[in-house]
Design a protein around this ligand. Structure first.
Ligand code: 5AD
Length: 370
């Protein structure tokens, strides 16, 4: 039997690791072995992208959504009261991020493709850039759009775009979405975003019903194959008022198993993709009070404190156990900074924190792989 160290060395240096081997690693339950893998990923992070943790202030602009994903609490047929923040409210949140040294923000929204929405986001991006002299990184996460919309938003000054593939297994994708949601359309969007010139992020949900460790292993290779700059992924968490929440039990029990599987996904993604940005997501914190810190220790380098005004938070519950529903932005900033300091990480204040992978890619340098 090869030692774990030898296996890790191999997946770090091979061009395209064997998915069966990755799946085997994802099934590890032994505490010492898990910790060894997280420590290895942490070393790769420090070596390849530094030990800085970047803050992305998350602004949940609107929960109005044209999509009907079977797992999501703000799906079109969901029973929530709908809101769209005003321009001024969004600008005030961005101002908070800027004044507090957050390097960047994420404007996230339910998916809408109508002209009024396209213009709303465009205006918000322009105004934020005017206010900050283009010095606050702006990431958009507003679903599948036409290439003309993606271009308009890029021209307005957005630099990054997050669009999760949710799962790279197209049969599983089809089980999680209504028939008119198209895996190939999502792929088209991801490719187009990159061609147009965005720094592109994607991600998956971990522990979905019907999902296997082989699927997750192939998700990591998918990130590698489409050459993403950023990864944001987290555990699938049940929402009581969704078809998936009602009908299917998770394939992996919530609790210890799901937390470690999520941390392993971060760790293996870091070891294989090396110089990308990886978020330690809010959903991780839903599983463990220190979930986000554990994510940073396992190779993530981005945290996304929520800046959405507290009065809207209850209407943006993608899943039941979403943390920080009542925590206002000022409080969560200090609390998070303290907690991150306590695990020996430094925060990248006042810098946009572009993924090194994207800078290398865009400057025609060879992205770091092996
Ligand atoms: N559990 C975990 N993540 C979810 N998302 C949506 N619903 C859930 C859920 N029930 C994630 C999706 C989406 C992102 C905005 O939130 O991956 O892309």
């Amino acid at each position: 039997m090869e030692s774990l160290q030898t296996i890790l060395h191999r997946i770090e240096h091979e061009d395209r690791p064997d998915p069966a081997l990755l799946a085997q690693l994802l099934r590890i339950e032994n505490r010492e072995e898990l910790d060894l893998i997280y420590a290895r990923a942490y070393d790769v992070k420090r070596r390849e992208v530094s030990a800085l943790a970047y803050f992305r202030g998350l602004i949940e602009v609107s929960n109005v959504c044209a999509k009907d994903c079977l797992y999501c609490g703000i799906r079109r047929s969901g029973n929530v009261s709908r809101y769209t923040m005003s321009n001024d409210e969004v600008i005030a949140c961005a101002r908070f991020a800027y004044d507090n040294g957050y390097g960047s923000i994420v404007l996230q929204s339910g998916e809408r493709r109508d002209p009024a929405f396209v213009e709303l986001i465009e205006d918000m991006v322009r105004e934020i850039n005017d206010m900050t002299g283009d010095s606050l990184g702006i990431t958009l996460s507003a679903g599948e759009q036409d290439s003309s919309t993606y271009r308009r938003w890029l021209e307005a000054g957005a630099r990054r775009y997050l669009l999760r593939i949710e799962t790279s297994n197209r049969e599983l994708y089809a089980r999680l979405h209504p028939a008119d949601h198209d895996y190939d359309e999502r792929l088209r969007c991801l490719r187009e975003l990159k061609d147009i010139g965005y720094q592109v992020g994607t991600g998956v949900m971990i522990g979905l019903p019907f999902q296997t460790t082989e699927d997750l292993a192939r998700d990591i290779l998918f990130f590698r194959d489409i050459d993403v700059d950023m990864i944001g992924m987290g555990p699938y968490l049940y929402h009581h008022d969704t078809p998936l929440g009602r009908e299917a039990t998770p394939s992996i029990d919530a609790g210890g198993g799901l937390l470690d599987m999520s941390l392993m996904m971060i760790a293996l993604s870091r070891i294989i993709l090396k110089d990308v940005n990886i978020a330690s997501t809010t959903a991780l914190q839903a599983l463990h009070s220190q979930g986000r810190e554990l994510g940073l220790r396992a190779g993530a380098n981005v945290v996304m404190p929520n800046l959405t005004p507290v009065r809207y938070r209850r209407d943006y519950l993608l899943y039941d156990s979403k943390p920080c529903v009542d925590e206002d932005a000022g409080k969560s900033r200090d609390c998070l900074a303290r907690r991150i300091g306590a695990i020996g990480e430094k925060i990248g204040w006042n810098v946009a924190g572009d993924p090194l992978h994207a800078l290398r890619r865009m400057n025609g340098l060879t992205p770091l792989r092996n």
